[in-house]
Ligand binder design. Structure first.
Ligand code: BG6
Length: 363
């Protein structure tokens, strides 16, 4: 079943370019610069009537939802948020009949997410699934949605399913944008970006040895910060989650903008920060963030898709740029590898981290 790979996490990371190709197959429309998601069962008029989009999921699926919300706001200019399904189900949520709720789950069996779907349906909410396993409880309960086509995922730490969640949300955002005010030229830009993802992911996977080197240098840390702003903020959260899950090193994600409001107090030579630096309009801000950390003696690993000033960071992981809106999808991949190699350096069982289950089907 491992096909020559040492473990499932490694195999599933390597499968990502193909998984993304499967997610895109037959769904991109070059002519109208949009996406086709037939499983939504919604026509253009219904899609236009959506007042807001709410993404619900647990763990990595929740962070994928945060990326999805960002994409929907950017491309379709519809208000969008993400919330842990586990919280939603318990907090007597206000359900908007004109909103689109998206229940995200690799397994389709996570009890908290299923309960959120049932709560929504009871209140007359319109909920679709973003599910990997066909025929699973959440897929059946929703009856409409987008299948992820990631293929079976065994490793507890989600990699290819998470990537396909974000790719699916980029297509959903593109579709919602193109029935509204996203221009054909902007739509084409996103279609081209989506098409470029598999090769870009391959290029990140090819940097494996460099990332393993960096991981072994920092594996002795007791705690790490993951810093990202706006588009890269959910990436930072997912990166911190991965590191915690499989290496058992404490990690905390922070927005670069919030550092000076508290966490800078923790920066010292023993506290490495992984700083996400997309080459977008916040580049200068992120460079300042790195300088602030360095000035307090904190080691910095920069993860970037652009040229940074020499000597700015202690280590740099360079990834390809695709297009600003989709770059978070690419920036997630080196953080998987960083967590993986840190866990390996510490001798952890990456596929079966202690205290965790692949899908949590009980309260
Ligand atoms: C958690 C797993 O308990 O469930 C996470 O440990 C996963 O890795 C989360 O992201 C949600 O699972 P699913 O199957 O609903 O996507």
């Amino acid at each position: 079943a491992l096909g020559g790979y040492p473990d499932f996490m490694r195999k599933e990371m390597a499968e990502q370019p193909d998984a993304v190709r499967r997610a895109l197959r037959g769904r991109l429309d070059e002519r109208f610069a949009t996406a086709h998601l037939g499983g939504l069962n919604m026509d253009a008029r219904e899609l236009r009537g959506i007042s807001k989009v709410v993404f619900l999921g647990c763990g990595s699926a929740y962070y994928a939802g945060q990326l999805g919300a960002q994409l929907v706001e950017e491309l379709a200019r519809i208000p969008a948020t993400a919330e842990p399904a586990s919280e939603f189900r318990y907090r007597n949520p206000v359900v908007d009949p004109d909103a689109l709720y998206v229940a995200i789950s690799q397994s389709g069996e996570t009890l908290d997410t299923l309960a959120a779907v049932q709560e929504l349906q009871r209140k007359g909410g319109r909920v679709i699934g973003a599910v990997n396993v066909v025929g699973s409880a959440i897929a059946r309960e929703c009856g409409a949605g987008v299948f992820l086509h990631a293929g079976p995922e065994v490793s507890v730490a989600s990699t290819k399913a998470l990537t396909n969640m974000t790719v699916s949300f980029a297509m959903l955002a593109l579709l919602l944008g193109r029935v509204r005010d996203l221009s054909a030229a902007s739509g084409e830009h996103i279609v081209n970006g989506l098409r470029a993802l598999p090769d870009a992911i391959d290029a990140v996977l090819a940097a494996d040895e460099d990332i393993a080197d960096i991981a072994s240098q920092f594996a002795k840390a007791r705690s790490m910060f993951f810093i990202g702003r706006v588009r890269a903020w959910p990436v930072a959260r997912e990166g911190a989650q991965k590191l915690k899950e499989i290496s058992y090193i404490h990690a905390e994600a922070y927005q670069g903008s919030e550092l000076k409001h508290g966490p800078l107090a923790l920066i010292d030579p023993e506290m490495p920060s992984i700083v996400l630096v997309p080459g977008d309009e916040l580049l200068a801000k992120n460079i300042t963030t790195i300088e602030q950390i360095k000035a307090r003696g904190g080691p910095v690993i920069a993860v970037t898709n652009t040229d940074l000033p020499d000597g700015l960071a202690d280590a740099v992981i360079r990834v390809p740029a695709v297009c600003a809106e989709l770059d978070p999808i690419i920036l997630t991949i080196p953080l998987q590898l960083l967590a993986y190699h840190t866990a390996m350096a510490l001798g952890r069982d990456v596929d079966k981290p202690r205290n965790l289950a692949k899908s949590v089907t009980v309260e």
